[in-house]
Structure formats: C-alpha cells, structure tokens
Design a binder for this molecule. Structure first.
Ligand code: ADP
Length: 726
C-alpha cells in the first residue's frame, strides 16, 4: 500500500472517528439534558415533600395538644362524676355482666363496715353471703339461705322490682337495680329509713285514729240506742195521751211533744248511720230477698204520711222482672225509705211514682235493676243537684227551708248505693218535681216469679175501675202481659155501663170522686151482678159493709203487692160461684202475744190497743215468747227484736221450727228500734212477716191486727164489725 492510499485511509479513519466522536458527543449531550431535567424534577418533588412533611408535623402537634386537652377534660369529668357519686348519701355500685363489682361509692361500702373484701372485683353473690354471714342484714323471718336465694333470683330478672332490705340497726335500704345494654348493672341503695319510720308513725297514728273512730262510733251506737229507748216511751206515751180527754191547748202540747220526739229520733238514726259509714263499720249482708215486697213495705211505711197529704203513692214493678234478688234488703230499704220519704216530704200535691225495671242478663243470673222515684213536688234547682248529695247539704232557698231534715239522707244513700256497686242520680224540673234514681246489679234469687202461675185459669177478663190513669195503666199492663183481657174504667158510672157477663172479677179503687168503690159495688149488686169485687183502698178500715151479706169479696190495703193481689184473685176460687157466705162457728176474741222486755214499751203497747176486743199476753223475752206461743196459740205476735238473751229473730226461728211440725203460720210482726240501722238484717229472713219501727203508731198496730183477723174470730175493732172478714 502506498503512502497516498495510506493517507486516504487514515483520513477516512479520522473522519469516521470524528463522526463517531460527534455522535457520541450528541448522545452525551442528550443524556446530560435528560439527567438535568430529572434532577430538576427530583428537586421539585423534594420541595413538595418537605412542605407536606411540615404540614403534617404541624397537624401532628395540634392533634397531640388536642388529645392532651381531651384527656385532661376526661380526667376532670371523671373526677367530678366520682366526687358527685361520693357526695350522695345513697349507695351506688356498678357490676359487670358477670355480676363482678366494677366500682362502688363509700356510701355503698359503708354498710359493710370496713370489710376489705368488699371492693371492685367482688361478686354480687359473695356480697349476699357476707351480708347474711356478718349479720349485716335482718332477714325478717327468712333463713339466711332463703334470703340469699330470694335476692339472687331477683337479679335474674332483666328489670327487677325495687326491694327494701332491713339492716341490723333498723335502717332501711331500698335497692333499685337496673341492667344496662352491655349487661352491666347499676345498683342504687337508697336509705329510706326516715320514710319508713314516718310511715310507721303514720300507721300508728292511723290505727289510733281508727280506734278512736271506732270508739266514737260504738259510743254513738250505744248512746243512740240508749236515747232511743226512753224517746220511744216519750213518743209512745204522747201518742197514748192524744187518745184521752184533752183540752185543745193540751192536745197541741202533746202533739208537739210527739212530733219533736219523732224528729229527734229520725235525726239520731241519720247521725248513727252516717257515723257508721264514716267509720267504715258498715258491712253489707247480701241475702235472697223479695225486692217487690221490700219496695211495698217501704211504701206501706210511708203511706200514712202520703195519705195525710192526699198524695197518690204508686208502684210500677216490671212484671217480667224477677222479684227474688240477692242483695242487702235492709240497706236497699233504707235507700228507698229515704228517697220515697223525701219525695213525699217535698211534694204538696200530685203523686209519687216508684218504677222498678230491670234487664236480666242472657243467663238470667244477674239483673241490672233500675229504680226511680218520681214526684210532683218542689223540684231542685239545677245548680243544687250535685250539692244535695253532700253531707248536711240541703237546697238553700225559701221554699225548701220550710222542711225539717238533717241533710244527711242523700249522703247516706249515695254511699250505700256506691257500696253496693251501683250509682245514684237525680233529674228535676224546678217547681215541677224531681226524679231520683239508682241502679244496682243484683243476682237473681231462687224463685223467679212468685204466684203469677197461681192465677186461676178461669179469670180471663178483669175490670179495673180507678180515677187515676197511672194506676189503671199499671194494672192494665200487668194483666195484659198475662194474657188477661182488661176493661179499664175511670169512674163508677162508666164501670156500670161497661158491665158484661164476660167480666170475671172487678178491681176497683175505693176513693173516687162521686161514686166510690163501695157505692159502685152496691150499685152492681142492686142491678143483679154477683161478680166478685175486690176494693183497693189506702184506708180499708173506713169502708163499711154489712158482714152478713158482704158486698165485696175483699178490701185490700193500697198499694197491694202483686203477689198479694194475685193470691187474693186465686183465693176467689171459682169466681162465678159467688162469695163464700158459709156461716162461721162460735167466735172467740183474737189472741195477741207481744214480746217486749221494756216495761215502758209494754205499757205504751197495751194502752195503744186497749180499745180492741182482743186477749193480750206479754212475754218479757224471747224464751218466754216461745213458751207462751206453745201454750196460748196466738193469732198474731208482735215481737221486739232486740231483747236480752234470746232475741226476737231467734224466738221467731224457734216458733217457725215448731210450726213445721204442728202446721200453721202465725203472723209475726217485728218491732224494731230502727229498721234501717243495720240491725234488721235477716228480720224477714228469720221468718218474720212484717215489721214496724218504733216509736209505735197506733194506726200501724191496728192495721196489723186487722190484717191478722180471720174466720172464727171476733172482730177486734169496734168499727171492724162492719168490715168483711178477710
Ligand atoms: P234532708 O231531707 O234530711 O234535708 P237529704 O239528704 O235527704 O236530707 O236531702 C237533702 C236535700 O235535698 C233536701 O233538704 C232537699 O233540699 C233536697 N231534696 C231531696 N229530695 C228532694 C225531692 N224529692 N224534691 C225536692 N228536693 C229534694
């Protein structure tokens, strides 16, 4: 190879090397630039990260300080809470779901008197064990085991009832335990010693007050009994005195003594009853009784007063309602006496109507009985209607203040009715009358409808003669419901005009304007009618008829109990046969036995019937009454109820037992000091037929004597000789 070519080659190589160098330089430059860029990016990132770190550091510091503040607050709150729990005097403890103590305050721990084991961690069951073992708790009659068991069982309930435990030193702790959501249990031990002691003091004070009330009430009961006995003598003797020859002035004095005595007796009775109710000493004595008869008896009692005022006293007893009920007859009569008595008292003219309706339940076992007493008297202003049921409250106005009274009657009625589970109300139109009502639920007694079935089948048509429409309607409805045809007439002439052979019996009122009942009977007989006639009169003793050919077949005292009326109708037998005028055998005077331990009352009684042609024998007590009953076989017995030894009820029971063997049934009339004061329970149940309340009134006694008069006996009353026998 020549030099030139060598040179050329070298140049070429150099050029190649130079190009390579350039290339490498360019590559290096590019790499350098990239590196620069990366470095710049890195440094930017570092700056950012640094800033972030700074921020986080700041935040961290803030959180740290917040946390410490929060911790301080928690500690403070906890301290305050604990201090509060410690300051309360009641015990506080917290147990976990396994009944391990978490914490307890000093008050809680103090009852353990420094027992170190009682501390957080101890189990509730162990605490119970300690309480009994250490004698800290008074288990009040339970054995320690029983007590622990009772307390442990209590804990198993999610929300146990608070429990009062008694400590050895007679402190009382009320435990209130409450389980929380996680099963923790908070126990509060409230020291209620002061409350319990206070309650005990109250209890003692109450017992003392109650015994004082009882003493007061029995004092009142005794006193009123003691006052009543001489008062009966005063009133009875005043009554007897009115029958003697007196000047007008003397008569006025005697009448005043009698009226004041009676008013005083009624006040004594009211006060006694009210004090009994107040002292909660009044118990009800439910027994089977005849409601209709009870209403009648009350009406009979008040009939003389109503008659005096010319008031028409009427009863409408729902014929479809049973008469036999189970209730407290004495208390029901008392309410009735009060309400009917008020109705008569506050009514000057018109009527007093008693309605008894009722709805038996589906089985016929219970009756919702509704009794209303409607009058046509002075009425009660609207704003006074609630007021009058309060004790000693009366309507305060001119018109009302003309009447006597204590204002206790309605208060007693309301309490009695409520005691019997019923309610009482009043509606009224001032000036036009009042209507008092009460509703009671009573069980049905044994016999549903007495005597109704006994009506003879041959009575198919009854004529009713009465001038008072309500009286006609009541009877009309009662007969109508039994399928008997009724011809109702409002006066005698109308009855004469409506007479027809279909009529089987006539029921006529006696006191009608123009032609009275007896006049009608006479007119019927004169025109040849021999249909049986029953006359209803509120004063049957005054009706006159010839005993040899009686005009009528019966004179019945109004109001007539339904059972009595039906019995009389049944006794007519075959009505078309005419009255029984068979001659009677030789007549003897009526024998009356009166059992009465009080000599004054004996004197009063004998004076009251001294005008009667009867044989009177006194028994001084129950035993004597029974003995005399066997010896003299009386036609009528008056029986004092409260007698020492064998009382009137026991004597009557003994007599009824004798009669079971010998047959017969002597009417026995109870004489009670106060029929409504609760002593009368069982008077009628004991077998007595009627009762009269003291002070005795002559007309009532004469009425009973007249009612007991039967065939073969001389008429007891001189006036009675004109009266039909039975
Ligand atoms: P008392 O009749 O002894 O005053 P009550 O408690 O029986 O006591 O009656 C309270 C009052 O209610 C009576 O004084 C009277 O003002 C009023 N009162 C009660 N019943 C009637 C009635 N049927 N008509 C008008 N007012 C009556």
């Amino acid at each position: 190879m020549n030099f030139a070519s060598k040179l050329t080659e070298e140049r070429r190589n150099r050029l190649a090397a130079e190009r390579m160098l350039e290339l490498k330089q360019a590559e290096l430059f590019a790499a350098n630039r990239k590196l620069g860029l990366h470095a710049q990016q890195l440094s930017e990132e570092i700056v950012e990260t640094r800033a972030e770190v700074e921020t986080i550091r700041g935040e961290n510091l803030r959180v740290k300080s917040d946390l410490s503040a929060a911790n301080q607050k928690i500690a403070l709150t906890e301290r305050r809470l604990w201090q509060s729990i410690e300051t309360i005097s009641d015990g506080f403890a917290l147990f976990d779901a396994d009944n391990q103590m978490i914490m307890a305050n000093q008050a809680y721990l103090s009852i353990f008197d420094g027992l170190e084991v009682v501390a957080p961690g101890i189990n509730y069951i162990t605490i119970l064990q300690l309480l009994t073992d250490e004698g800290i708790v008074n288990t009040e009659g339970l054995s320690p085991r029983e007590w622990r068991q009772m307390m442990a069982t209590r804990l198993q309930v999610p929300a146990p009832e608070p429990k009062v435990i008694r400590l050895w030193n007679d402190e009382y702790i009320k435990l209130v335990d409450q389980r929380g959501s996680g099963g923790d249990m908070v126990t509060l031990g409230l020291n209620i010693t002061a409350t319990v002691n206070y309650e005990q003091q109250l209890e003692e004070a109450r017992a003392k007050a109650e015994s004082a009330t009882r003493a007061k009430s029995s004092f009142l009961a005794n006193m009123s009994h003691e006052i009543r006995t001489p008062m009966n003598g005063v009133v009875g003797m005043a009554d007897v005195l009115t029958d003697t020859d007196l000047t007008e002035e003397q008569r006025l004095y005697v009448q005043t003594i009698k009226n004041s005595g009676e008013a005083l007796l009624s006040i004594i009775n009211d006060v006694l009853d009210f004090s009994k109710i107040e002292a909660m000493k009044l118990d009800l004595h439910p027994e089977p009784f005849d409601l209709e008869r009870a209403v009648h008896e009350v009406m009979m009692l008040l009939q003389p007063l109503a008659r005096e005022k010319g008031l028409n006293l009427m009863l409408d007893y729902d014929i479809f309602m049973p008469t036999q009920m189970v209730g407290d007859p004495g208390r029901i009569r008392q309410v009735l006496t009060n309400l009917i008595g008020n109705a008569v008292k506050f009514t000057a003219s018109g009527h007093v109507m008693i309605r008894v309706t009722g709805v038996p339940d589906a089985q016929g076992l219970q009756n919702r009985v509704h009794i209303t007493i409607e009058d046509t008297g002075i009425g009660i202003p609207e704003d006074q209607r609630a007021h009058i049921f309060g004790e000693f409250n009366q309507v305060e106005n001119e018109r009302n203040r003309q009447f006597d009274g204590t204002g206790l009657g309605l208060a007693i009625c309301q309490r009695l009715v409520e005691l019997m589970g019923g309610r009482i109300w009043v509606t009224s139109e001032e000036g036009n009358g009042a209507c008092f009502g009460f509703a009671l639920t009573m069980a049905t007694g044994s016999v549903a409808m007495p005597d109704v079935a006994a009506l003879p089948a041959d009575i198919g048509h009854v004529m009713i003669v009465d001038d008072i429409p309500t009286n006609r309607t009541i009877l009309e409805r009662q007969f109508g419901q039994l399928g008997i045809t009724v011809t109702a007439c409002s006066n005698g002439p109308e009855a004469l005009a409506s007479m027809s052979p279909e009529i089987d019996v006539i029921l006529t009122d006696q006191n009608m304007p123009g032609m009275d009942g007896m006049d009608l009977a006479r007119a019927l007989r004169d025109s040849g009618h021999d249909v049986p006639i029953l006359v209803l009169s509120s004063t049957p003793g005054q009706a006159e008829q010839d005993p040899d050919s009686p005009l009528v077949q019966g004179l019945l005292q109004k109001p007539v109990p339904r059972a009595t009326l039906f019995a009389r109708l049944s006794a007519l037998g075959h009505p078309k046969d005419g009255p029984d005028t068979a001659p009677l055998g030789p007549m003897r005077p009526m024998r009356i036995l009166a059992a009465e331990d009080n000599k004054t009352n004996q004197l009063v009684f004998s004076k009251m019937i001294k005008t009667l042609e009867v044989e009177l024998t006194f028994a001084n007590n129950g035993e004597e009454a029974v003995e005399l009953f066997k010896v003299i076989a009386p036609d009528l017995i008056f029986m004092d109820i409260s007698m020492p030894g064998m009382d009137g009820k026991e004597a009557t029971q003994a007599i009824r037992r004798i009669e079971k063997e010998t047959g017969g049934h002597v009417p026995i009339v109870a004489l009670t000091a106060h029929a409504m004061d609760g002593d009368d329970h069982g008077i009628l149940a004991a077998g007595l037929d009627h009762y009269l309340t003291k002070p005795l009134r002559k007309p009532d006694i004469l009425e009973r004597v007249a009612a007991a008069h039967g065939p073969g006996l001389l008429p007891p009353l001189p006036a009675d000789s004109d009266q039909a026998a039975g």
